[in-house]
Design a protein around this ligand. Structure first.
Ligand SMILES: Cc1ncc(CN)c(N)n1
Length: 232
């Protein structure tokens, strides 16, 4: 939990999302510079590690879409609902079919696509997304959504890097660094800047707490793929 309120920040030009990220810079940097990301760009992630990441992440995506639904329901204006609904359509089409093609490529049995054993790290992330969704408070839903998407844009944004040859690596990168995705993250941040700045001090502290837990869980999630389960 933060000990400096947003309204007493040193630099008044600091936006709400900058203020949130500043407080969790160490976990943020560890996540976006993770070994898994280096191996993804190099196309060298070990098959059991990639399989574990994708199986667990598909379960993350399930609750993530439910959280998007809660954000759509709790948003304070129609234009925000429309923007979130369009993004949800991308996740449930382009991103979903990436997972299905990746599972085919890996020869993954159906039971692990639909109802795998969940790791504590996946479960903890699902629980945080459920907590944010059940709050029915739009900026709290945004606090978790923004971490999940802004942090992914941050690791994927390596303009000088070449794409690896296999789609299973390359497409996971391009899903997270394409111009439409970057544009959406800009909007998502502006939305949290707008609605987070309008919260009272207690609401802002809740937002900072959820944001910080999400950043830590992103780091934990990357760490945990290096002790993969078996999916035979
Ligand atoms: C754990 C995690 N965090 C974020 C994302 C980006 N949607 C993801 N796929 N998985």
């Amino acid at each position: 939990m933060t000990d400096t309120a947003f309204n007493s920040r040193k630099n008044p030009a600091t936006t709400f999302t900058e203020w949130l990220r500043e407080q969790h810079q160490e976990n943020w940097d560890a996540a976006i510079n993770h070994r898994f990301i280096d191996e993804l760009f190099a196309g060298s992630v070990a098959t059991d590690v990639l399989q574990h990441y994708l199986v667990q992440d598909y379960q993350f995506i399930d609750r993530f879409v439910a959280l998007l639904g809660a954000a759509i329901a709790s948003a304070d204006r129609f234009e925000s609902r429309v923007r979130l609904a369009r993004f949800t359509a991308m996740i449930t089409s382009d991103e979903n079919t990436y997972f299905l093609r990746a599972f085919d490529e890996l020869g993954l049995p159906a039971k692990h696509r639909n109802a795998p054993q969940l790791t504590p790290q996946t479960k903890a992330f699902q629980d945080l997304m459920t907590e944010a969704a059940q709050s029915q408070v739009y900026p709290l839903c945004l606090s978790v959504l923004t971490v999940a998407e802004w942090l992914y844009l941050s690791w994927a944004d390596r303009p000088d890097a070449q794409l690896p040859p296999r789609f299973i690596h390359a497409e996971w990168i391009t899903l997270h660094n394409n111009p439409a995705f970057a544009d959406f993250i800009g909007w998502l941040r502006s939305e949290l800047d707008r609605t987070g700045a309008a919260l009272d001090a207690e609401g802002q502290a809740r937002s900072a707490d959820m944001f910080g837990r999400a950043v830590k869980l992103e780091r934990d999630f990357f760490d945990h793929v290096y002790t993969p389960l078996q999916y035979s």
